[in-house]
Design a protein around this ligand. Structure first.
Ligand code: M6R
Length: 399
């Protein structure tokens, strides 16, 4: 229903009326193909773990989103005078991943701006394009921004999970991500699906801007298509390891999660996960900030976690390892999630997980899954209410 309407459910159907004058209002029927089974735990101890394990499927569904919708988003962004991607909380970090991929794959500047601070920073005009990302499609800050964007005649679009949600009906173009119901307050699979959709848009935009040849795009799409199997193997082979490492470090109460480049939003999202599900103080930060103040924090009370890029990402890898050395030089305690066999047994790390080899295009997604498992097992070790963490709601519909 839209604002200003109400529905009466009767034995043989329903009537929708206008609140002001009670006039019946005709509504289009939308089929939501979610069944009861999809919203049960299916033998998992928590919905959060079930939904982490569903990510192999949700990536497949994100890859099955129609090309027309993906291409239309890419065209809209390129045609606009300025294009932005927005969301809040976890979906802001998904939007930030988009920003990095639009730059690397399409040579496009598409700032990711959190929806709560957007209007105070970016005066929108009719020549602008705003792509909103939202699982629920009901988030107050994101709806407020999109309504203002429409009032200023900017083009609006959304990548959204809940069919029939307010956001999906508000924007000029809605791309449904098809992740199925996400029950846990802690968003995992929906965000990964949004990241995949944004990477797909960046690849289409890359061909349109001439930054990518069609064959390069096809090769990258093949890498995205290899992700579901990689995710499934990773979760089955690594969960026990993350359980062990989380148990070992659950007594640390001050965390600094870091990454560079496209691993920076992954560090931010992991820090958010640790805050919201394990109730531990966790800051996400670009590793490059260390020398500009944060190094003063490094002491026995602080635990650092570094997402180290693949060695194929040469410059990023080099700079990230230099940040690792900065922390170690001050006696800091550091855990690394990395992709390099050459770093196995490195004395630079107090603890580490060697993640499975994968193409740089998808390695941030695997790094994110590592962060999800780590935060989940921190929370279970600490006996937290994983699916319904204190003070949080699944959809924040008020300011
Ligand atoms: O429904 P939305 O994706 O718009 O929700 C935005 C945030 O409230 C949401 O991502 C929140 O940060 C997550 N539940 C955290 O896991």
């Amino acid at each position: 229903m839209d604002d200003g309407e109400y529905a009466i459910i009767t034995n043989d159907g329903y009537i929708t009326r206008n609140i002001r004058d009670g006039r019946p209002v005709q509504k289009k029927i939308m089929l939501i193909d979610w069944d009861a089974e999809m919203s049960r735990k299916g033998g998992f101890p928590h919905y959060m773990l079930k939904e982490i394990y569903e990510q192999s499927e949700t990536v497949k569904k994100a890859m099955a989103i129609g090309d027309d919708g993906i291409k239309s988003l890419a065209k809209g962004m390129i045609k606009a005078n300025r294009a932005y991607v927005t969301g809040i909380g976890t979906t802001f970090y998904a939007a930030q991943i988009g920003q990095y991929y639009f730059a690397s794959e399409a040579a496009l500047s598409v700032p990711a701006v959190s929806s709560d601070e957007f209007l105070e920073n970016f005066p929108l005009t009719k020549d602008d394009f705003v792509l909103a990302v939202s699982q629920s499609g009901e988030t107050y800050d994101t709806l407020r921004l999109v309504r203002e964007a429409k009032a200023r005649k900017a083009k609006t679009a959304a990548i959204v999970n809940v069919v029939g949600s307010t956001l999906s009906r508000l924007v000029d173009q809605a791309v449904m991500q098809g992740s199925g119901p996400e029950i846990s307050v802690i968003s995992t699979k929906a965000a990964v699906a949004q990241m995949i959709a944004l990477i797909r848009v960046s690849l289409e935009a890359g061909v349109l801007t001439g930054n990518l040849t069609n064959s390069a795009k096809r090769q990258k799409v093949a890498q995205l298509n290899s992700l579901p199997a990689l995710i499934s193997d990773f979760l089955n082979e690594y969960s026990g390891l993350f359980h062990t490492i989380a148990e070992k470090h659950a007594t640390s109460h001050n965390w600094l999660f870091m990454g560079r480049g496209r691993y920076y939003p992954i560090a931010l999202e992991t820090a958010l996960k640790v805050k919201e599900v394990a109730y531990l103080h966790a800051e996400g930060m670009p590793a490059g900030f260390l020398k500009h103040g944060a190094l003063a924090l490094v002491d026995d009370n602080l635990k650092s976690m570094m997402f180290v890029p693949t060695e194929a990402e040469k410059e990023l890898f080099r700079m990230t390892m230099s940040s690792v050395e900065e922390i170690k030089a001050r006696g800091g305690k550091l855990i690394a999630f990395h992709f390099s066999k050459s770093l196995r047994g490195s004395k630079l790390f107090d603890d580490q997980v060697l993640l499975p080899a994968c193409p740089p295009l998808v390695s941030p997604i695997i790094a994110l899954l590592a962060g999800q498992l780590f935060s989940y097992f921190l929370a279970t070790t600490l006996g937290r209410n994983v699916d319904k963490p204190r003070s949080l709601a699944k959809s924040v519909t008020v300011a």
